[in-house]
Design a protein around this ligand. Structure first.
Ligand SMILES: [Fe+2]
Ligand SMILES: [Fe+2]
Length: 341
């Protein structure tokens, strides 16, 4: 206020606030579906700290099993620990562009949910490793050492998109920004439900059903946004969406399938080490889906999304990795990623 000249005594009403300013002073509601999703989000709130952790005794597992299961949670964290700031940024955008009130609330709910998912990862890792940080933890087995190396490379790769994302947020509309969100949420919802069904620990069953239900709501938010905005897309926006779908595939494959080598910068034994850990974790009763199941999930998610995009004449990218033909998209880099979880 220091060098602001006071004007309130010189006119009856203040001049109009320059737009867009950061916040709307209005609560318009046009999209009934968003209201329904918000209501569901309020009713389904859960607290990771209140899961049945008291039934979980990590000392019943060998150190190799503990490190293998903690590795999977670490892999998930590479995505879920960056989700809160990603969605917080998107939430701010919903205010800047004066989105209708239920859309602002829905993005708030995604931010909160992803914060819960991040907390959950931390709670599982800390108990399994007796250390709150998988990168500074001292591995106790040979497999644990190799897994920590994997984790360091995942973390390095995951850190590369943030600047690109921050530049993309002001440039594109929400429905364009989150075009590959739907595919990620469909596959994530499926995987978490499978993991809930196939994990023997009560606390993990509870956790995965909650996370799967959250991802299902995120999927519905994305779908509703698309139905509202895709009929008015411009041609150049359509080609950005096609590229984003391919980018989303490459990025999310690391957690929902396996990381594609031309995109993720990883050591050559990475996948072998990861598969070894997954086998150990599965054997210990931790329900990570196998290669074929993951591949089928991923393919179904993409075919679902393709069905949506076809309706709006948006070309789908080729995903030869799972046998989907389409428009060829080349030269996607980490900096082009609009991360989705
Ligand atoms: Fe999540
Ligand atoms: Fe999500």
């Amino acid at each position: 206020m220091g060098n602001h000249d006071k004007i309130a005594d010189t006119m009856e009403f203040p001049p109009a606030t320059e737009q867009p300013n950061v916040f709307p002073l209005s609560w318009h509601s046009h999209t009934r579906k968003m209201e329904e999703i918000w209501t569901a989000a309020q009713n389904e709130v859960w607290d990771p700290a209140k899961l049945s952790w008291d039934t979980f005794d990590p000392s019943q597992y060998s150190w190799e099993e503990r490190e293998a299961i903690a590795y999977w949670w670490t892999l998930l964290s590479v995505f879920d620990a960056s989700a809160p700031p990603v969605f917080a940024e998107a939430l701010i955008k919903t205010y800047e562009v004066h989105e209708e009130d239920p859309v602002r609330r829905c993005f708030f709910s995604v931010t909160r949910d992803e914060q819960n998912h991040e907390q959950l990862c931390g709670m599982a890792i800390t108990r399994l490793l007796e250390h709150p940080d998988p990168l500074t933890y001292e591995p106790k087995t040979e497999l644990g050492k190799k897994l920590q190396r994997n984790a360091k490379w995942l973390y390095y790769n995951g850190g590369r998109y943030w600047n690109g994302y921050k530049q993309a947020v002001p440039k594109y509309d929400l429905a364009v920004l989150f075009s590959s969100f739907l595919m990620g949420e469909i596959a994530a919802a499926t995987i978490f439900h499978q993991m809930a069904a196939n994990s023997s620990e009560t606390v993990f069953q509870e956790a995965f059903s909650n996370v799967g239900r959250d991802e299902g709501r995120h999927m519905a938010i994305c779908m509703t946004l698309m139905q509202r905005d895709y009929p008015k897309l411009k041609t150049d926006e359509k080609s950005i969406i096609t590229k984003q779908i391919r980018a989303g595939y490459l990025f999310l494959s690391a957690v929902l399938f396996e990381p594609p080598a031309d995109f993720w910068d990883l050591p050559s034994d990475f996948i072998e080490v990861q598969r070894e850990a997954e086998a150990v974790a599965r054997e210990a009763g931790f329900g990570i889906p196998d290669y074929e199941t993951k591949k089928q999930n991923w393919k179904n998610a993409m075919l679902n999304l393709k069905g949506v995009l076809d309706k709006y004449d948006i070309p789908f990218p080729a995903i030869p990795e799972v046998g989907i033909t389409g428009e060829e998209v080349r030269d996607v880099d980490m900096e082009d990623i609009i991360p989705v979880f």
